[in-house]
Write a protein that binds this ligand. Structure first.
Ligand SMILES: Nc1nc2c(ncn2[C@@H]2O[C@H](COP(=O)(O)OP(=O)(O)O)[C@@H](O)[C@H]2O)c(=O)[nH]1
Ligand SMILES: [Mg+2]
Length: 231
Protein backbone atom coordinates (compact mmCIF):
# COMPACT_ATOMS: atom_id res chain seq x y z
CA UNK A 1 0.00 0.00 0.00
CA UNK A 2 1.35 3.49 -0.83
CA UNK A 3 2.18 5.93 1.97
CA UNK A 4 -0.57 8.23 0.66
CA UNK A 5 -3.23 5.50 0.85
CA UNK A 6 -2.12 4.55 4.35
CA UNK A 7 -2.39 8.21 5.34
CA UNK A 8 -5.96 8.54 3.98
CA UNK A 9 -7.00 5.30 5.68
CA UNK A 10 -5.57 6.46 8.99
CA UNK A 11 -7.41 9.79 8.69
CA UNK A 12 -10.73 8.02 8.00
CA UNK A 13 -10.18 5.64 10.92
CA UNK A 14 -9.20 8.40 13.29
CA UNK A 15 -12.28 10.47 12.33
CA UNK A 16 -14.40 7.40 12.99
CA UNK A 17 -12.66 6.76 16.34
CA UNK A 18 -13.22 10.37 17.32
CA UNK A 19 -16.93 10.03 16.58
CA UNK A 20 -17.02 6.78 18.58
CA UNK A 21 -15.42 8.63 21.51
CA UNK A 22 -18.14 11.29 21.23
CA UNK A 23 -20.84 8.59 21.25
CA UNK A 24 -19.22 6.97 24.31
CA UNK A 25 -19.23 10.33 26.12
CA UNK A 26 -22.91 10.88 25.19
CA UNK A 27 -23.87 7.43 26.44
CA UNK A 28 -21.90 7.86 29.66
CA UNK A 29 -23.39 11.29 30.33
CA UNK A 30 -26.83 9.68 30.12
CA UNK A 31 -25.84 6.59 32.13
CA UNK A 32 -26.50 4.22 29.19
CA UNK A 33 -24.81 0.82 29.06
CA UNK A 34 -24.39 -0.13 25.38
CA UNK A 35 -23.79 -3.61 23.97
CA UNK A 36 -22.56 -4.17 20.41
CA UNK A 37 -23.69 -7.64 19.23
CA UNK A 38 -21.49 -9.29 16.62
CA UNK A 39 -21.95 -12.65 14.87
CA UNK A 40 -22.34 -14.45 11.56
CA UNK A 41 -25.70 -13.98 9.82
CA UNK A 42 -28.32 -16.26 11.34
CA UNK A 43 -26.53 -16.99 14.64
CA UNK A 44 -29.59 -15.81 16.54
CA UNK A 45 -28.89 -12.16 17.43
CA UNK A 46 -32.41 -10.87 16.82
CA UNK A 47 -34.07 -13.88 18.47
CA UNK A 48 -31.82 -13.50 21.53
CA UNK A 49 -32.70 -9.79 21.67
CA UNK A 50 -36.42 -10.56 21.43
CA UNK A 51 -36.15 -12.93 24.42
CA UNK A 52 -33.79 -10.58 26.28
CA UNK A 53 -36.00 -7.51 25.98
CA UNK A 54 -39.06 -9.48 27.12
CA UNK A 55 -37.15 -10.53 30.24
CA UNK A 56 -35.68 -7.11 31.00
CA UNK A 57 -38.12 -4.46 29.84
CA UNK A 58 -40.14 -4.36 33.07
CA UNK A 59 -37.09 -3.52 35.18
CA UNK A 60 -34.91 -1.43 32.82
CA UNK A 61 -35.47 1.15 30.11
CA UNK A 62 -34.24 -0.48 26.90
CA UNK A 63 -33.42 0.65 23.38
CA UNK A 64 -32.19 -1.10 20.24
CA UNK A 65 -30.31 -0.01 17.13
CA UNK A 66 -30.79 -2.78 14.57
CA UNK A 67 -28.37 -2.86 11.64
CA UNK A 68 -28.69 -4.85 8.44
CA UNK A 69 -27.39 -4.58 4.90
CA UNK A 70 -30.95 -4.34 3.63
CA UNK A 71 -34.51 -4.44 5.05
CA UNK A 72 -35.95 -3.28 8.38
CA UNK A 73 -37.06 -6.83 9.22
CA UNK A 74 -35.13 -7.10 12.50
CA UNK A 75 -36.22 -3.64 13.65
CA UNK A 76 -39.85 -4.58 12.90
CA UNK A 77 -39.49 -7.85 14.86
CA UNK A 78 -38.13 -5.93 17.86
CA UNK A 79 -40.70 -3.12 17.64
CA UNK A 80 -43.39 -5.74 18.31
CA UNK A 81 -41.88 -6.04 21.80
CA UNK A 82 -42.85 -2.44 22.49
CA UNK A 83 -39.45 -0.91 23.07
CA UNK A 84 -37.79 1.98 21.17
CA UNK A 85 -35.96 0.69 18.06
CA UNK A 86 -34.00 2.48 15.34
CA UNK A 87 -33.13 0.68 12.08
CA UNK A 88 -29.95 1.20 10.07
CA UNK A 89 -29.72 -0.14 6.53
CA UNK A 90 -26.09 -0.03 5.44
CA UNK A 91 -27.00 -0.53 1.75
CA UNK A 92 -24.12 -2.93 1.14
CA UNK A 93 -21.78 -2.07 4.02
CA UNK A 94 -20.63 -5.15 5.94
CA UNK A 95 -20.58 -3.41 9.36
CA UNK A 96 -22.09 -0.49 11.24
CA UNK A 97 -19.97 2.61 11.67
CA UNK A 98 -19.94 5.35 14.28
CA UNK A 99 -21.51 7.90 11.92
CA UNK A 100 -24.56 5.70 11.31
CA UNK A 101 -24.94 4.92 15.01
CA UNK A 102 -24.53 8.57 16.03
CA UNK A 103 -27.31 9.56 13.62
CA UNK A 104 -29.65 6.78 14.75
CA UNK A 105 -29.17 7.73 18.43
CA UNK A 106 -30.93 10.99 17.64
CA UNK A 107 -34.10 8.91 17.28
CA UNK A 108 -33.79 7.52 20.83
CA UNK A 109 -34.22 9.38 24.11
CA UNK A 110 -30.93 8.50 25.81
CA UNK A 111 -31.97 10.26 29.00
CA UNK A 112 -34.68 7.58 29.28
CA UNK A 113 -32.48 4.60 28.38
CA UNK A 114 -30.53 2.32 30.75
CA UNK A 115 -29.45 -0.42 28.36
CA UNK A 116 -28.92 -0.07 24.62
CA UNK A 117 -28.40 -3.01 22.28
CA UNK A 118 -26.73 -2.47 18.92
CA UNK A 119 -27.31 -5.40 16.56
CA UNK A 120 -24.45 -5.20 14.10
CA UNK A 121 -24.58 -6.45 10.51
CA UNK A 122 -24.24 -10.25 10.40
CA UNK A 123 -20.55 -10.77 9.74
CA UNK A 124 -17.76 -12.13 11.89
CA UNK A 125 -14.98 -10.10 10.24
CA UNK A 126 -15.66 -6.39 9.53
CA UNK A 127 -17.74 -5.35 12.58
CA UNK A 128 -14.99 -6.27 15.04
CA UNK A 129 -12.68 -3.53 13.70
CA UNK A 130 -15.12 -0.66 14.26
CA UNK A 131 -15.63 1.09 17.57
CA UNK A 132 -19.24 2.32 17.85
CA UNK A 133 -18.79 3.92 21.25
CA UNK A 134 -20.25 0.83 22.93
CA UNK A 135 -19.53 -0.22 26.51
CA UNK A 136 -18.63 -3.68 25.27
CA UNK A 137 -18.72 -6.01 22.31
CA UNK A 138 -20.55 -9.32 22.67
CA UNK A 139 -19.85 -12.07 20.16
CA UNK A 140 -22.48 -14.72 19.43
CA UNK A 141 -21.71 -18.12 18.01
CA UNK A 142 -24.33 -20.75 17.31
CA UNK A 143 -23.71 -24.45 17.82
CA UNK A 144 -24.27 -25.10 14.10
CA UNK A 145 -21.19 -23.07 13.13
CA UNK A 146 -18.52 -25.58 14.23
CA UNK A 147 -16.07 -25.42 17.14
CA UNK A 148 -13.25 -23.84 15.15
CA UNK A 149 -14.78 -20.43 14.39
CA UNK A 150 -12.95 -18.61 17.22
CA UNK A 151 -9.67 -19.81 15.71
CA UNK A 152 -10.68 -18.82 12.16
CA UNK A 153 -12.09 -15.41 13.09
CA UNK A 154 -10.04 -14.48 16.17
CA UNK A 155 -10.48 -10.69 16.06
CA UNK A 156 -14.18 -10.82 16.92
CA UNK A 157 -13.49 -13.12 19.89
CA UNK A 158 -10.42 -11.15 20.99
CA UNK A 159 -12.26 -7.83 21.10
CA UNK A 160 -15.39 -9.17 22.77
CA UNK A 161 -15.93 -9.14 26.52
CA UNK A 162 -18.62 -11.84 26.33
CA UNK A 163 -19.31 -14.92 24.22
CA UNK A 164 -22.92 -16.06 23.95
CA UNK A 165 -23.12 -19.59 22.61
CA UNK A 166 -26.56 -19.86 21.00
CA UNK A 167 -29.02 -22.59 19.93
CA UNK A 168 -27.83 -25.12 22.53
CA UNK A 169 -31.17 -26.94 22.06
CA UNK A 170 -29.71 -28.25 18.77
CA UNK A 171 -26.63 -29.89 20.32
CA UNK A 172 -28.22 -33.37 20.58
CA UNK A 173 -28.69 -33.33 16.79
CA UNK A 174 -25.11 -32.29 15.97
CA UNK A 175 -21.54 -33.45 16.28
CA UNK A 176 -20.55 -30.34 18.20
CA UNK A 177 -18.79 -30.07 21.53
CA UNK A 178 -19.71 -26.87 23.41
CA UNK A 179 -16.73 -27.43 25.72
CA UNK A 180 -14.34 -27.63 22.78
CA UNK A 181 -15.83 -24.48 21.18
CA UNK A 182 -15.51 -22.55 24.45
CA UNK A 183 -11.96 -23.84 24.90
CA UNK A 184 -11.09 -22.46 21.43
CA UNK A 185 -12.70 -19.11 22.25
CA UNK A 186 -10.75 -18.91 25.53
CA UNK A 187 -7.52 -19.81 23.71
CA UNK A 188 -8.05 -16.59 21.73
CA UNK A 189 -9.35 -14.57 24.67
CA UNK A 190 -8.90 -16.05 28.16
CA UNK A 191 -10.95 -13.23 29.72
CA UNK A 192 -14.21 -14.03 27.91
CA UNK A 193 -17.31 -14.39 30.05
CA UNK A 194 -19.36 -17.17 28.46
CA UNK A 195 -23.10 -17.86 28.44
CA UNK A 196 -24.56 -20.99 26.86
CA UNK A 197 -28.09 -20.20 25.72
CA UNK A 198 -31.10 -21.32 23.78
CA UNK A 199 -33.66 -18.72 22.83
CA UNK A 200 -36.08 -21.59 22.15
CA UNK A 201 -35.91 -23.38 25.52
CA UNK A 202 -34.77 -20.36 27.57
CA UNK A 203 -31.59 -22.13 28.77
CA UNK A 204 -29.02 -19.66 30.08
CA UNK A 205 -31.20 -16.58 29.55
CA UNK A 206 -31.64 -15.85 33.27
CA UNK A 207 -27.84 -15.90 33.69
CA UNK A 208 -27.33 -13.66 30.63
CA UNK A 209 -29.95 -11.08 31.57
CA UNK A 210 -28.89 -11.17 35.24
CA UNK A 211 -25.32 -10.45 34.24
CA UNK A 212 -26.40 -7.57 31.96
CA UNK A 213 -28.50 -6.07 34.76
CA UNK A 214 -25.42 -6.27 37.00
CA UNK A 215 -23.35 -4.33 34.42
CA UNK A 216 -26.00 -1.61 34.25
CA UNK A 217 -26.05 -1.40 38.06
CA UNK A 218 -22.24 -1.01 38.19
CA UNK A 219 -22.37 1.77 35.57
CA UNK A 220 -25.07 3.63 37.49
CA UNK A 221 -23.13 3.25 40.73
CA UNK A 222 -19.90 4.53 39.13
CA UNK A 223 -21.76 7.44 37.55
CA UNK A 224 -23.26 8.28 40.93
CA UNK A 225 -19.80 8.32 42.50
CA UNK A 226 -18.37 10.37 39.60
CA UNK A 227 -16.13 7.62 38.16
CA UNK A 228 -15.95 7.07 34.42
CA UNK A 229 -16.64 3.58 32.96
CA UNK A 230 -14.06 2.40 30.40
CA UNK A 231 -14.78 1.00 26.91
N1 LIG B 1 -33.00 -24.05 17.29
C1 LIG B 1 -32.83 -22.76 17.52
N2 LIG B 1 -32.97 -21.86 16.52
C2 LIG B 1 -32.80 -20.56 16.80
C3 LIG B 1 -32.46 -20.09 18.09
N3 LIG B 1 -32.30 -18.75 18.05
C4 LIG B 1 -32.58 -18.40 16.78
N4 LIG B 1 -32.89 -19.48 16.02
C5 LIG B 1 -33.28 -19.48 14.62
O1 LIG B 1 -32.17 -19.11 13.82
C6 LIG B 1 -32.60 -18.35 12.69
C7 LIG B 1 -31.84 -17.03 12.63
O2 LIG B 1 -32.14 -16.26 13.81
P1 LIG B 1 -31.99 -14.69 13.87
O3 LIG B 1 -32.30 -14.30 15.26
O4 LIG B 1 -32.77 -14.03 12.78
O5 LIG B 1 -30.43 -14.52 13.60
P2 LIG B 1 -29.54 -13.20 13.28
O6 LIG B 1 -29.39 -13.14 11.79
O7 LIG B 1 -28.23 -13.43 13.97
O8 LIG B 1 -30.28 -12.03 13.84
C8 LIG B 1 -34.10 -18.17 12.85
O9 LIG B 1 -34.75 -19.15 12.07
C9 LIG B 1 -34.33 -18.44 14.32
O10 LIG B 1 -35.63 -18.90 14.63
C10 LIG B 1 -32.31 -21.06 19.15
O11 LIG B 1 -32.02 -20.77 20.31
N5 LIG B 1 -32.51 -22.37 18.80
MG1 LIG C 1 -30.82 -10.21 12.97
Amino acid sequence: MSAERVDVREKVLSASDQLAAEIRARLEANGVFAVNLISSPGSGKTTLLERTVDLMKESLRLGVVAGDVQTRNDADRLLRHEIPVEAIETGGGCHLDARQVSKSLEGLDLSKTDLLFIENVGNLVCPSSFDLGESMKVVLMSVTEGEDKPLKYPAAFKRARVLVLTKTDLVPHLQFSPDHAIENARAVNPDLTVFSTSSYTGEGLAEWTGWLAGQVAVLKRNKGSGESAGP
